[in-house]
Ligand binder design. Structure first.
Ligand SMILES: NC(=O)c1ccc[n+]([C@@H]2O[C@H](COP(=O)([O-])OP(=O)(O)OC[C@H]3O[C@@H](n4cnc5c(N)ncnc54)[C@H](O)[C@@H]3O)[C@@H](O)[C@H]2O)c1
Length: 440
């Protein structure tokens, strides 16, 4: 039998492990030649996770060897989809822990609801797999901290799914700001108005659908009856599973503001107000209306949303306005525009006006970066530290409103708020038995 480099290294590594030798040859890491295909698997197959898997398959650089989901109906269907696309049938799993035991697996994509991101990422890192985990990094501040530590401890490549970091248009905007073309950046206004932010119409609790392991869907989240209005897709409007628009869409956009100043720690001050002021017949806990200010040392970032509306400033339902002394850049996934200030004395623009269209999503580029980094062990575009900074900022805003504290001061050293014990009660989630918060 012909042995390729990957097989040779795996065998050598297994032998080394059996002999009690620990070192760089880990049995489950990618150890092939750069031209070898990665073996990947997907946990959470319904929506975004599958989209990310498709972007992986499109590169021609991966084999999909496993799919995992707690909804058997979706799992079977996705198994057939992969078979159609690749001619290879992935192994199907209901429990991600069994999938992670597969020694041939190099990397996993995590496309589950936010309350699962931490456990699945940490277990994958422990098993020696690299991870593409969807945003927001986790559903609580403490979980983000644990994930950062796990990636470091197990020396894993972890890419957080804030794909705008890999988009050429967003990189161009970032360059314009860094090169000082809009002058001193002092404020970034961000908004995200979406209909889905008000949840679904209320429905009575129901029995769990055939083929769904609901206990495993809930996982570490509190036990509750099954309700279709807080299940596939709509879970993001309930605190046990998500944080509403500010953690869902917000992290993508707020991340761009932090990137402009290279911030990889959360802002020191969060001020927020909000509430549920509309759509009484819809089922949701997260806020439909919200205003947030994050105060950094030398600039401010604001976030606004009115869920259930789809219009906003600059005639865009979502976007950012980077405000500098010389110009403002208004940007969303469709494009960006540099709007110069007018110099009344010189009778000229203070900056070059510019308007550039963008291509929408950047998942493909972000996935390509991940695959590259898994092979080269280079640092990915959105590290756990970057994913954490923005997730903590978004969670801090929700906590400020939920506790009624409205102004919270962040202490990065202790990863806690320095002015509110009430807020600190919400930093660490309570896991439901038998799941326990990983200790790293
Ligand atoms: N980067 C982006 O642009 C983007 C866009 C949409 C969603 N997302 C993120 O992707 C994640 C998934 O969102 P979605 O819209 O696809 O949600 P979804 O509800 O449509 O899909 C989640 C899937 O995970 C499965 N699942 C739940 N618990 C599981 C478990 N223990 N093991 C295996 N599978 C499990 C569900 O059955 C479902 O198939 C979220 O974190 C979301 O924020 C990112």
């Amino acid at each position: 039998m012909k042995t390729n480099r990957r097989d040779f290294l795996r065998t050598t590594s297994l032998a080394a492990t059996a002999m009690g030798i620990s070192g760089p040859l880990k049995a489950s890491s990618f150890m092939g030649a750069p031209s070898d295909k990665l073996n990947v698997a997907l946990i959470g197959v319904r929506n975004m996770g599958f989209g990310i898997l498709e972007r992986h398959l499109e590169t021609g650089k991966v084999n999909c060897i496993g799919l995992c989901d707690v909804d058997k109906n979706l799992l079977e269907k996705r198994g057939q989809d992969v078979m159609k696309a690749t001619g290879q049938k992935p192994k199907l799993y209901g429990d991600f822990r069994n999938l992670l035991e597969n020694r041939d697996l190099d990397a996993v994509i995590i496309g589950t609801p936010d309350h699962w991101h931490c456990l699945q990422t940490v277990y994958a890192c422990e098993a020696g797999k690299d991870v593409y985990v969807e945003k927001p990094m986790a559903n609580s501040i403490a979980e983000c901290d644990i994930m950062v530590r796990a990636a470091k401890k197990y020396n894993r490549i972890v890419q957080v799914g804030q794909q705008q970091r890999s988009g050429a248009g967003w990189q161009a905007v970032n360059r314009i700001i860094r090169e000082g073309k809009i002058g001193k950046l002092r404020k970034v206004n961000i908004w995200g108005n979406f209909n889905y932010g008000v949840g679904q119409p209320k429905q009575p609790d129901q029995s769990v659908p055939e083929g769904v392991d609901f206990d495993m869907w809930l996982g570490p989240a509190p036990l509750r009856p099954f309700n279709p209005a807080r299940f596939h897709g709509s879970w993001r409007m309930f605190w046990d599973h998500g944080g509403g628009l500010v953690t869902d869409w917000g992290v993508h956009l707020i991340d761009m503001a932090f990137w402009a100043k290279d911030l990889v720690v959360p802002p020191e001050i969060t001020m927020a107000s909000g509430g549920n002021l509309s759509f009484e017949n819809n089922d949701h806990e997260t806020f439909d209306t919200m205003s947030v200010i994050w105060q950094h040392k030398d600039f401010m970032v604001t976030w606004e949303h009115t869920a259930g509306t789809q219009s906003g400033p600059w005639n865009k339902n979502y976007g950012l306005a980077f405000i500098g002394d010389l110009a403002t850049v208004v940007v969303n996934r469709e494009g960006y525009k540099v709007i110069p200030e007018w110099d009344g004395n010189k009778k000229e623009n203070k900056a070059e006006p510019l308007e550039v269209a963008m291509r929408g999503e950047n998942h493909g580029e972000h996935v390509a970066d991940f695959i590259d980094c898994v092979k080269s062990r280079k640092t990915p575009a959105c590290t756990p530290e970057k994913g954490r900074a923005v997730a903590v900022a978004a969670h801090a805003a929700n906590i400020a409103v939920r506790t009624g504290e409205n102004k919270l001061i962040w202490d990065e050293k202790s990863s806690r708020f320095s002015n509110s014990e009430k807020a600190n009660q919400m930093v660490v989630p309570v896991y439901r038995n038998p799941w326990t918060l990983p200790v790293i």
